[in-house]
Design a protein. Sequence first.
Length: 161
Amino acid sequence: MLKKAIIAVFALMVIVLCNEAEAQTYRTGVGLRAGVTNGLTVKHFLERDDAIEGILHTRWRGLLITGLYEKHRNVREIRGLRWFYGGGLHLGSWGRDSDHPFGNPDRDYTIFGIDGIIGLDYKFVDAPVNLSLDYKPAFNLSGYSGWWGDEIALSIRFTFH
């Protein structure tokens, strides 16, 4: 199921990449994030190329909040498409009796850690819609510590100027 979703996301991005119409920039986007974890996302640009993003997402019967700082760069060959990179922090919990593959299933975990992010961001011309495809690895520093490099997600946001 996950493989089919990833293939569908990449097919959608190919369609977006083929659209060479000039896309408008946006100031704030609010929407949904779907991938290994699912949740809500808000991205706000502080400057033309500098943005902050907040993500409220679920994993293993828990809830996490992630804050990221991102730098955006134009892809010159395709108007409206930008690539971005950045990092930040997350805080949250994983619930007991979850399908967590490691640790003690009879225990809750409060986790804190650092995140990286790299991805593509596209704003449509004729609609207040933004698509973002990213890879967001994380490292938990406390709670259940360790490397989590499995998070790929597609975000769909309603945008405001």
